[in-house]
Design a binder for this molecule. Structure first.
Ligand code: CMP
Length: 134
């Protein structure tokens, strides 16, 4: 049994759609516990740092505009295999490719406005948790 922590972000479109409660219920029903949470707003500088891995991608400027467009809900999720489990609950980046019943399939409107972010591995989880809650 591996108890892990992972970072989850409900992005500005998720907050605007008023589905924070619905998404947190999905975490709870899957056995994940929200052990830290805060609402915040990405500054442009934060967004540059957080998404620096994507800085050369053609969608980078749009991503900065989107992620800074309103408040986000940032959470640390804890539970067995939390990293992989959260990614399963989210579904694929592109909602058109996301499995039915996943958060992105149910609520995302595009590959960019895809409602949630989740760490993609143990190293990223540590870095991303530190970024917001260090
Ligand atoms: P996420 O995987 O959480 O982190 C990177 C984000 O960039 C991703 O969610 C989307 O919001 C956005 N993104 C990824 N791929 C594309 C793309 N092809 N076009 C536009 N936005 C994208």
């Amino acid at each position: 049994m591996t108890i892990e922590q992972t970072l989850s972000i409900i992005k500005p479109d998720g907050v605007r759609k008023k589905i924070i409660g619905e998404i947190q219920k999905r975490f709870k029903d899957a056995g994940l516990t929200v052990i830290k949470a805060k609402m915040t707003v990405f500054t442009i500088a934060d967004a540059h740092r957080f998404y620096s891995i994507h800085k050369d991608k053609p969608f980078f400027n749009d991503l900065l505009t989107y992620i800074t467009s309103g408040p986000v809900m940032v959470q640390v999720l804890e539970g067995e295999n939390a990293i992989e489990l959260n990614r399963k609950l989210m579904g694929a980046t592109n909602p058109e490719e996301a499995e039915k019943g996943t958060i992105r399939s149910d609520f995302a409107s595009s590959i960019e406005e895809n409602v949630v972010h989740g760490s993609d591995g143990p190293d990223t989880a540590r870095t991303e948790i530190e970024f917001f809650f260090g």
